[in-house]
Structure formats: structure tokens, C-alpha cells
Design a protein around this ligand. Structure first.
Ligand SMILES: [Zn+2]
Length: 483
């Protein structure tokens, strides 16, 4: 959850109310008659706005500008140079990249920290450009999927509150299309083509794939980054892309690599979760920039997204969300909520831990049935916060106590130990004398283990490092764990 968001509805309710896409007036069903290029662009832009809101952009204009420039250069040499291409870096620690229809391409800062050259960055972007130029996102997916994509609702459109689990599982996944293996292979081929046309070393592609393979092996099972779980295995792709490069008769090392330049660009980039966007310590969710905390009920699964912190009951039949309503008064926040398409009761005054508050009950009729709950608006410092607690109408009574305890746990935070948190960061260091990575790390330890450091640098722990070589370290980070 970050500072500058202006949500008005619980995220899930908003998505359910929005529905998939405009109803066809003739049939009353939600469908698209045809996907023209205009529609493709529009759908992509809508979905991209959703991604930006749910995940948040990495707040470093220089990095954004850099990635955009590399991407646009590649796209200008593609078969669809006139699309309104957009390349953005998401503030997400998991290594991921994806393309939305119409040329909307995203890469996470998490993926960027694992790359060691501009050629690899170009390989990622080239692959994603390939999905767009080959119109995979338009041709392959069904109309329904496209509709879901447009609004980022994913499985939420299916009946049953249990499907909220999909949402709590993370915004990104919902927006990610599962392309077929053939599509992935084609995107690799196209990516290589754009790399070549822009003068980058083809080796960027197999290097990138090999690194992602090593990176995924470090992660606990079941926590595979999306980019990997939806793509064919890296080992296959490494081989296949090398085969392709051989067949083309291209020298894989010839062309721009831009290792030093790339590493300079990511020097200082946040690594892993950024606790400044909110973190969990035990059952407590702390948002240090907003200086507030709230207790998540025992056993609930909580997810900290850009626009909201959402928690889901173990039976997936009740939810709790915390949002910033912004610099509006309690009354304004309540009015906005009442005008947002849900049925609301009269607001009544209350206090939460001594803070002024307004409480409203609400009912939302959605495709998934009737949702009922309450919205509590709380004033703290210059901001109004919104806490939503809700469940299927018939389940509401079961959660009355849990809901009231959760709302009552909202409080201001002033403890510096909780407020002064920083993410770990990638720092670029120079090797002074001949040494292995292991020796280098023993002398100047990173805050990640040696295995991960080796993957980050695309070497082995025993690899001899050349004096003068730029090496990534990971430094800092606080004990607080990000959500
Ligand atoms: Zn792909």
C-alpha cells in the first residue's frame, strides 16, 4: 500500500461492479464483437492503467526513461512500429515481465536486478514485443479472457466468493496471459530478430534465460515467478535459442552488450520487498510512510498491493481491506463511497483508538452474489483511511467479532524502529585484485547468501573475478520483512 492512491471502493467490489466489458446491447452478454487494432490498443491501455494502480511503478524516473528508450528503439524496428508502445518498470520484487495488447509492456525491478547487461534487458523487451507484434494476446485468447484482461478481474468473474482467493494471490497474476508454448517460442524468435536489428549481441537471450532458470531454482517450491511458471522451461529455451542463433549464422557475442552501462543504471535499485510500501511483522501490518498499523486476523492470508492491503479469511469467504481515501474529510470520503454504486446506510460517528471515524454498512450486488459489510473511515493526521470488512450476505454474522476487532486495531505508529525501514539495494562494486566471488563476498558480505549473489552476477561462487570488473552486491535492508 503506498501513499498516493485514490481508491473509493474495496478493490474486489470495484472489480465485480465494473464487470468484464460493456454488455452487448443486443444479446445482453458481455462480449466484444471484434478486436480491431483500435480496440486492442484501448484494452491494453485500460489493463495497463489497472496494473499501474494495483502494482505501482518503480519511482525512479531515470530508470523508467532508460527502459522506455531501450524498448522504443527495439519496437521501432518491429513490424508494428506505429503502435503507441509503452515500457514501464513496476515496483515489484519478483522477476517478471509481460506484454498487454497494443504494445503495453512491463518489466519488474525484480527482474532488472537479475540482469547484467543492456543486451539482456533488450532480450526481455524484445520477447515481449514479439508477443505484441505476433498478436498473441489478441489472437489466442478468447473474448472472455480479453474482457477479463481489460479490467484485471481474472477469475473473480466466476461465481462464488471463494474466487477472491485469486485476487488475494496477487494482482499481477490476474493480468498475465498464459501463452502457448508455440507462442513463447515465436516470441523468442522475434525477440532475437529485434535484438539483431538493434545491434545487440544475440547472447543476451540465452544468458537471460539461463539466469532465470538459476534464479527460479533458488525460490521455494510453489513460489515460482509468474514469468517462469507460464513459460516453457528455461533449459529448453536456452538450447533452442542457441540453436536458432547458430542456424542464423550469427556470432552470439557480436554486437552491443553494454554491461557496464547497464550495471551503472541499476546501481542503488531496491532489491526484494520494499518495507516502505508496508510490511507485516507477525499479525501486524505497518505502513511506515503513512505511520499507521492494523492487525490482520489470525490465519488470514494478507497481501499488500499498491492501492490496498487486503486480507482473506482461511475459508475465503470474508475479506478485509485497508486503503487511503486521501486528503479528503471523513464526510467527503463517506459521500464518495455512497456515490460509488453500492447501497449504503447512513454514516454514523464513531471513534477508533481515539481517532474520529464514520461508519457505514454497505451492500453490493455483484455477479458473485450479494456482498455485505461495513466501511469505516478514520481520520489520522491529514489523511482519511478506509477500512472495509465484508463477506457474502449469509456469512456476515459469523465474522462480526473478527471484523470489529480488526477495525479496532487500527492505530497511529510513532515507534522509530517500525518507521525507519529501508529496502536492501543493489550496489555495484569493483574487484580490486584477483579473487573468487566467494572470497570477495567473505571480505565484503552481501545481505543475500552466496548462491543468490552468484546468480545475480551470472557466475559461480568459485569463478575467478578479473580485477576492475564490476560486481553486484546487495546491501542494507532492515529486519522488517515486506509483505
Ligand atoms: Zn512470453
Amino acid at each position: 500500500m503506498s501513499i498516493a492512491r485514490t481508491p473509493t471502493l474495496p478493490l474486489v467490489v470495484a472489480l465485480l461492479l465494473l464487470g468484464g466489458c460493456p454488455r452487448n446491447p443486443a444479446t445482453g452478454s458481455r462480449q466484444l464483437s471484434l478486436v480491431s487494432e483500435e480496440q486492442e490498443i484501448e484494452l491494453g491501455q485500460q489493463a495497463a492503467a489497472q496494473v499501474e494502480q494495483q502494482v505501482g511503478l518503480y519511482s525512479d524516473p531515470a530508470v523508467q526513461k532508460y527502459v522506455s528508450a531501450v524498448g522504443k528503439e527495439l519496437a521501432a524496428r518491429s513490424e508494428r512500429p506505429k503502435l503507441p508502445w509503452s515500457f514501464r518498470v513496476l515496483d515489484d520484487p519478483s522477476p517478471n515481465a509481460f506484454a498487454l495488447p497494443g504494445g503495453q509492456i512491463f518489466i519488474t525491478r525484480g527482474l532488472m536486478t537479475y540482469l547484467v547487461s543492456e543486451a539482456e534487458l533488450a532480450a526481455v523487451l524484445g520477447h515481449e514485443i514479439g508477443h505484441v507484434t505476433a498478436k498473441h494476446s489478441v489472437d489466442m485468447i478468447s473474448r472472455t479472457q480479453l474482457a477479463e484482461l481489460a479490467f484485471g478481474v481474472g477469475t473473480v468473474l466466476e461465481p462464488g466468493l471463494a474466487k477472491f482467493g485469486g485476487l488475494a494471490g496477487g494482482g499481477l497474476q490476474l493480468l498475465f496471459l498464459k501463452f502457448s508454448r508455440d507462442d513463447e517460442n515465436q516470441a523468442d524468435v522475434l525477440g532475437l530478430r529485434y535484438l539483431g536489428r538493434s545491434g545487440y549481441a544475440a547472447q543476451g537471450m540465452p544468458n537471460l534465460l539461463a539466469t532465470l532458470g538459476r534464479q527460479s531454482a533458488l525460490e521455494p517450491k510453489g513460489r515460482l515467478p509468474t514469468w517462469l511458471s507460464t513459460h516453457p522451461s528455461e533449459a529448453d529455451r536456452v538450447e533452442r535459442t542457441q540453436e536458432l542463433i547458430r542456424k542464423e549464422g550469427v556470432d552470439p557475442a557480436a554486437g552491443k552488450v553494454e554491461r557496464e552501462g547497464y550495471l551503472a543504471r541499476i546501481d542503488g535499485m531496491a532489491f526484494g520487498e520494499d518495507p516502505r510500501n508496508g510490511y507485516f511483522t507477525g499479525q501486524t501490518f505497518v505502513q511506515p510512510q503513512l505511520r499507521i498499523s492494523v492487525e490482520v486476523p489470525q490465519g488470514w492470508k494478507a497481501q499488500n498491493l499498491a492501492a490496498t492491503m487486503a486480507a482473506l479469511s482461511p475459508d475465503q469467504d470474508a475479506a478485509f481491506e485497508l486503503q487511503v481515501a486521501g486528503q479528503v474529510t471523513l464526510e467527503q470520503a463517506a459521500q464518495q463511497f455512497a456515490a460509488s454504486g453500492v447501497q449504503t446506510s447512513q454514516a454514523r460517528g464513531a471513534t477508533v483508538n481515539g481517532l474520529p471515524a464514520l461508519v457505514m454498512e454497505f451492500t453490493a450486488s455483484t455477479d458473485s452474489g450479494e456482498l455485505q459489510g461495513s466501511a469505516t473511515f478514520i481520520r489520522q493526521a491529514e489523511r482519511t483511511f478506509a477500512l472495509f470488512t465484508y463477506a457474502g450476505a449469509e456469512r456476515l454474522a459469523r465474522y462480526a467479532d473478527v471484523f470489529s476487532q480488526t477495525v479496532a486495531s487500527f492505530r497511529p505508529v510513532s515507534d522509530p524502529a517500525l518507521l525507519e525501514v529501508q529496502p536492501a539495494r543493489v550496489k555495484i562494486a569493483r574487484v580490486a585484485q584477483p579473487t573468487t566471488l566467494e572470497q570477495f563476498n567473505a571480505a565484503r558480505p552481501s545481505s543475500v547468501d552466496l548462491q543468490r549473489l552468484a546468480v545475480l552476477n551470472q557466475v559461480e561462487p568459485q569463478t575467478q573475478l578479473v580485477p576492475g570488473a564490476a560486481i553486484k552486491r546487495v546491501v542494507g535492508g532492515t529486519a522488517a520483512r515486506g509483505g
